[in-house]
Design a protein around this ligand. Sequence first.
Ligand code: AHR
Length: 502
Amino acid sequence: MSSELIIHADQGATRISRHLYGQFAEHLGTCIYGGLWVGESSPIPNIRGIRRDVLSALRELRIPNLRWPGGCFAESYHWRDGIGPREGRPVTENGWGGIRESNQFGTHEFMDLCDLLGAQPYICGNMSTGSPEEMADWLEYITAAGDSRLAQLRARNGRVEPWPLTYWAVGNENWGCGGHMTVQQYTAAYRRFQPACRNFSGARLYKVACGWEDDWNEALMRDAGTLMDGLSIHHYSRTISHGQGGDPASMTLHGQATRFDAADWWHILRKATYMDGFITRMKRMMDRYDAGGRVGLIVDEWGTWYKEDDGKPAGSLYQQNTIRDALVAAVTLNIFHRHADRVHMANIAQMVNVLQAMVLTDGPHMLRTPTFHVFEMNKVHQGAVTLPADLTCAEQPVDIGTVPVLSASASRADSGEIHVTLCNLDPETPAALSCDIRGLQMEGAMRVSARVLTADTMQAHNTFDAPDAVVPIGFDDVRIGGGGTLELVLPAKSVVVLTVQA
Ligand code: AHR
């Protein structure tokens, strides 16, 4: 079947929020300790304790926001443990596998990391083992100016000015690790906690409530929709045999990051496309309670989740990252672009060494993953206007349904450039595609440049010995046909990003 993409370049009214490219860093495995934070006295080069190599890689992504300190960890985190002189901070238990939490990385270190990345902080407050007072105090500590007790404490700890802070989540997975609540219990708790999220000193908080599955989300929108700015959902591409809906710790996961066959390849990609159905249902429901589209849908955890790599501790959630993960990322970002009217923010899980990471570290070594490269190639879409695009392509039968073999999205930058992300999910067969860009204001000949991320095998990934095995390269298999149509052949298992100038 021949595949065709029609892009309506003269239409489109919605901007792709740059916050769809958000990241997530939890105190889990080696995401924070070892991955981001090594401490000022480490032989690993660092800026005030934060690894230089990781920082410099992540800066290439133009990260808009960073979610912290969890995840489930947030629901056992008490912020006062992580302030003040580091040598005096307590050692506490981290619920994730009972590992030790040194509290060396706390509020000041996180805000410093955000500054160094140029990212906005997105903090998740503790709702199940914390109190509204503790949450209010944390917000006052971060955002109050002047001589309030907590502003003074912050100043004594080295930071006089309040930090700018907009994004704040009231709890995480409160249906599971965050208190095992019913939606009625969560709604009542949300009503108690959200007044504690005060706007100090001119701040204007964007409050995110904790969603889950369809019924929960509808009840929450109905009963507390007017009190929130965002409704959070999570979706992972993974194979689990039971435990769905309970604690992450109670599930049985199947499949590994680098050991899989073609059936597993398609299964995970099909799971990634569930995101489209989930968002579509949530948009329909949210339109009923919030017709004006004020409340954003916030996908603040998404990505692939496999069993830990061999030799990595249970609970560390450390997994390698192949060209399959790159395709999951690109397909998911295409879905977000198409739903940019309601999806205001998203955070891939997680930034370093955990789940679908951007970078992996091992002692002093670091590598960029194939997923990193998708985020880097795709950053041209941040803040651009999403364009309607109609894709016709074959469907691949999979154990759990069918999945379109191609995926696409397009946007128009303020410069007038059109960017198109194209994915060929087929691991074996290249795909011929005609791409008709309609409504382009042509001032001369159309100019097209492109990059491709692909690999020879489904399991291809970067290692510390070969960190550039999977990297984007220039792509020139694009022919400008009659009437301005582009004719391309997308390699098997590839992500192509086109830049079109008219
Ligand atoms: O990202 C890992 C974990 O997955 C988070 O802590 C939790 O919110 C989710 O279940």
